[in-house]
Write a protein that binds this ligand. Sequence first.
Ligand SMILES: Cc1cc2nc3c(=O)[nH]c(=O)nc-3n(C[C@H](O)[C@H](O)[C@H](O)COP(=O)(O)OP(=O)(O)OC[C@H]3O[C@@H](n4cnc5c(N)ncnc54)[C@H](O)[C@@H]3O)c2cc1C
Length: 399
Amino acid sequence: MDFEIDKELRREIEETREWGEREVRPAGLEADRNGAPLPIDHPYFRRYLEHGGGRTRWHGPGAEPARGSSGGGVLKSVIIGEEISYWDRGMTIANPGVGLPEGIVLASATEEQKERFLGPFLKPDRPRWASFALTEPGGGSDTANFKTRARRDGKHWILTGAKCFIGNASRADWILVQANADPEKGRSGQRAFFVEQGTPGLGGFKIEKKMGLKAYESTSFTLEECRIPENNLLGEAGRSAEKSDGGEKSSKGYKSTMSTLNASRPGVAASAIGIARAALDESIAFARANDLVKQVRVRDRLELFQRKLRAAWLMVLKSAWLADQGKPNIVEASMGKVYAAEIAQDIATLAMELLGVVGARGDHLIEKLYRDVKALNIVEGTGQIQRVIMGRQLVGLPR
Ligand SMILES: Cc1cc2nc3c(=O)[nH]c(=O)nc-3n(C[C@H](O)[C@H](O)[C@H](O)COP(=O)(O)OP(=O)(O)OC[C@H]3O[C@@H](n4cnc5c(N)ncnc54)[C@H](O)[C@@H]3O)c2cc1C
């Protein structure tokens, strides 16, 4: 085990820090003050592309090397992700790029699909987004009971249903939509479909109101008899499942989606750590400026949270390291996510307490971090769901 950060990664962290301070923090604050995501023609996004962002990790013909969180393994992306979230977590999701569905597409899509859907992100001519739609108005945790349906019609699929709280959905070139093609089979009937923007029947986009992370859009939309070509069904596994395989291959499609989310959990946990570190730094600065550091109880709580933050960070690093080794990390990823999100909330709460009336005014960075941090305990599997996963593993029950 090696805790040393090599020269190349150190340089990337420094670059990220410089970019974060100069560009990301001001953009995130601007969106928060406006109470709305930055518009797609905001100059920030153009600068982000010029900076080398918004590219896919897929190495298609003519690919430019990806930068920052897009390059290297999970451990490296987690370290860079923590740093950028320190400056603004909302902007990390608002940034153009393939985002959340990229891992799923890389793991499961056909080469033809990668070319069609990731190809435009190799050298993007303009800021481009993609989106991943799992959650439905009836609930996001109980994936076996999702109501969005897919039915076969000749060489097409017809999708019907509704999704909500979907990141970047209205600005995305395509949305990877989870729908059930065989509800009797429950989870194993689930498939993922590429739904391209402009497809008739895809509409009703409505940006949701959020307490924090206002820099990116979380959007609800509907699919009304939305007809898409058969080769927009993600991957081979789902397609061959059409030839009546008893659900075995189709369940592979669902499992691969879920295991990709497992791999992305260290990244969510790292974001919580980044927000918490920012809140701790701001608290210390505020305590110093207001002479609160003389009080032993204040110092004691700051120290306690620094200790817990470091413990959480070690958990997250271990779960990322396991993912890079190709080893199972279900428990570590869940544990890291739960612990980091909870500690981050505790730290933001302490920071608000220190501010007193200054926090109540609603225009201090700490107050924004306090609102931003809550979502990290909700997205990609809530804290409760992670605890369900860990509890079942602990006593040897299937997931
Ligand atoms: C900022 C933000 C961004 C998001 N981005 C996306 C996105 O891009 N794509 C996407 O698909 N979704 C996205 N989501 C949705 C997110 O994944 C869901 O909110 C999450 O899965 C929980 O679903 P729910 O909110 O419908 O809660 P529900 O599933 O309705 O659950 C409600 C409560 O009950 C608890 N609960 C449910 N079942 C159990 C159980 N079996 N045992 C114990 N407790 C249980 C949950 O933990 C939760 O506290 C986003 C959400 C937020 C807040």
